[in-house]
Ligand binder design. Sequence first.
Ligand SMILES: NC(=O)c1ccc[n+]([C@@H]2O[C@H](COP(=O)([O-])OP(=O)(O)OC[C@H]3O[C@@H](n4cnc5c(N)ncnc54)[C@H](O)[C@@H]3O)[C@@H](O)[C@H]2O)c1
Length: 445
Amino acid sequence: MVKEQIISLITEKRARVGVIGLGYVGLPLLAEFASHGFKATGFEVDSKKATRINAGDSYIGDVSSSVLAQLVKDNLLQATTDFDHLQDCHAIIICVPTPLRKTKEPDVSYILAAAEEIKKRLHRGQLIVLESTTYPGTTDEVLLPMFEETGLKLDEDFLLAFSPERVDPGNKHFQTHNIPKVVGGVTDDSTEAAAHLYSQIVKDVHAVSSARVAEAAKLLENTFRAVNIGMANEMARLCYALNIDTWEVIRAAATKPFGFMPFYPGPGIGGHCIPLDPHYLSWKARQHGFDSRFIGLAEEVNSRMPEHVVQLVADGLNDERKALNGARVLLLGVAYKKNIDDVRESPALSIIDRLRAKGADVCYHDPFVKEIRFDDAHTEGGGEPLASEPLTDEVLSRADCIVIVTDHSEIDYGRVCRLAPLIIDTRNALNGELRRDSAARIIRL
Ligand SMILES: NC(=O)c1ccc[n+]([C@@H]2O[C@H](COP(=O)([O-])OP(=O)(O)OC[C@H]3O[C@@H](n4cnc5c(N)ncnc54)[C@H](O)[C@@H]3O)[C@@H](O)[C@H]2O)c1
């Protein structure tokens, strides 16, 4: 039976693992398999990434170049743009992007492209696992029929499962090996083989009854966050209207040892997951005549936060008899969250667009992001690219307003408070002591 064959190859570490898509998810996964003694081949469409990996030069913060270089040297890890090497892989894991179309509908074209490459070379004895976040049904409604068109049969010839990725880029405590992994196969044999594969690199594997359950579980996790952040953002705007300190309210509520979990407001949600994934769920629900209202509401509240931040800037300047038009506004941090370099869907981009539309002279400092271009898929507006400015005393004191969009740890907030005239703190980055001693006027979200 194909299941036994694959399981024994995995147990003996003779299985070659292929990972398609070597980004934030795929590269750490590839490195994890190689670190556990598996021969691991990464497949990329971007030849520059493949070249850098083979030179032991990591472009992902969670994978160090020294570890990568050693794995390449030990002949355990390699990257390629030649998909013919898929033939040599016993387990193939798909980690390609799953963005949204402009209409906010799922764009599974990257999954289809990867699956097409597999299909051309599919042969008996292969286990395929999809990790890209997607709507429930993708694995068995889209991938299975494609693979069965080859004439090969599920369970007899190949196995197919879904296992959602949960990586949290920049998180020092939780990385691939200690984040429990949910696995759901299209068949029981597929679940068993995929669970066995992941148990080689992850401490806890949680098997579920189907690929659909695993797909839905991932969307529940991220929708849970989107909805609760939406609630926190609504609370922040409500508190602003009532002139109450939101952060103090949350701190107080969080002392309750049961039945409450703190979520925090911010300038808006970003990254490749939280702003996008709930749409995959609501889209699929709509196909079945179901309207998921929480998702729609959270999206509405969260997507209005950049507008609210710009309002805070305008209000702050107004109090000093200044207009937004012509004001120099410095954003501190443009990545979508602290201590990482990812600007995908970052609210900073929308804030910059809006400030520029009002005539503000916008600049930014971010120790992780050297440049932002406004012509790629992740931004709404257009305009000149911006480069991170060095955080000199002059840059700080010349700004009419500073907006803390991302609370990166390495910023000297004490110096910011000493030199800036007006600060909009959207992350509660400035603690009580800093606020007390600050020369700047501070407006918190
Ligand atoms: N980044 C996260 O924190 C995170 C967390 C959990 C889940 N996910 C999910 O994991 C998936 C991948 O996300 P990511 O952040 O790693 O994306 P990414 O953009 O960082 O990486 C994807 C990589 O796939 C490559 N690629 C695209 N099409 C390809 C193809 N046909 N063949 C080979 N390579 C191809 C791209 O060049 C890119 O390097 C998405 O579905 C995402 O929702 C991401």
